[in-house]
Design a binder for this molecule. Structure first.
Ligand SMILES: C[S@@+](CC[C@H](N)C(=O)[O-])C[C@H]1O[C@@H](n2cnc3c(N)ncnc32)[C@H](O)[C@@H]1O
Length: 216
């Protein structure tokens, strides 16, 4: 991306961030643009995302992920399952440097990109895992487990439930309100809250689904 285009992308991102009323400083916005540049560069070789136009990436990846960010403001230890090119995990790690953000994906070229981006962005709060989430074992369970464009809610909960701390929650990013998936949640889990999201520059429906363990 040439310099002029980067300035345009930055101003698009900045106005979206203002529309979302997010409290991000210039360094954080700059880091998001560095991430976007890396994603765009690696995408030509690694196929990290089908969206190739950087302006569409600002809307459909960066601002889409950032529209969910307020839901994570109190999280201390987040896992992004099926993080792919790092969405929403990278946006959360830049927005909340005080939180630990782990990302997992089965595809090693995607996690190689995430590891490189972590280094280039200087994100000390990021941990990257390669493999299936079902097989992941950690010492410290997560208080929030998230995913975007990952799987049906039942699979998400069944495959990652062992990683959730007591009192923790899943926050799934979905398009249209996933009524059927909610009805098919495994026993012992319930939807605590459903939230419609507005993404600057996008008309598409977006929802957050908050899922918690049902108390016995
Ligand atoms: C459609 S992509 C979404 C990527 C990213 N979250 C986004 O919104 O751009 C789903 C990702 O989940 C990963 N995946 C699929 N099954 C998985 C599993 N069992 N454990 C971890 N990652 C998985 C895939 O490799 C893929 O990168």
């Amino acid at each position: 991306m040439i310099h002029v285009e980067q300035a345009q992308l930055r101003s698009m991102l900045q106005s979206g961030v203002e529309e979302l009323s997010l409290d991000l400083n210039n360094d954080q916005i700059d880091n998001m643009i560095v991430y976007l540049t890396l994603l765009s560069k690696w995408n030509s070789v690694y196929n990290l995302t089908a969206i190739r136009d950087p302006k569409e990436m600002v809307k459909q990846h960066l601002l889409d992920s950032l529209s969910a960010a307020p839901a994570f403001k109190d999280a201390k230890n987040i896992l992004d399952v099926g993080a792919g090119g790092g969405l929403p995990g990278m946006m959360l790690a830049i927005t909340y440097p005080q939180a630990k953000v782990s990302m997992i994906d089965t595809v090693s070229k995607k996690t190689a990109f995430l590891t490189q981006a972590k280094t280039e962005l200087g994100l000390r709060n990021v941990t990257v895992h390669t493999g299936r989430v079902e097989a992941l074992q950690v010492k410290e369970p997560f208080d929030v487990i998230t995913s975007r464009a990952f799987s049906e809610l039942a699979n998400f909960v069944n495959w990652s439930g062992h990683l959730l701390a007591d009192g923790g929650q899943f926050i799934a990013m979905k398009g249209v309100q996933p009524k059927q998936e909610i009805d098919s949640l495994p026993a012992g889990w319930h939807v605590d809250k459903l939230q419609a999201l507005t993404v600057p520059g996008l008309q598409a429906e977006r929802h957050l689904v908050f899922i918690k363990k049902t108390q016995a």
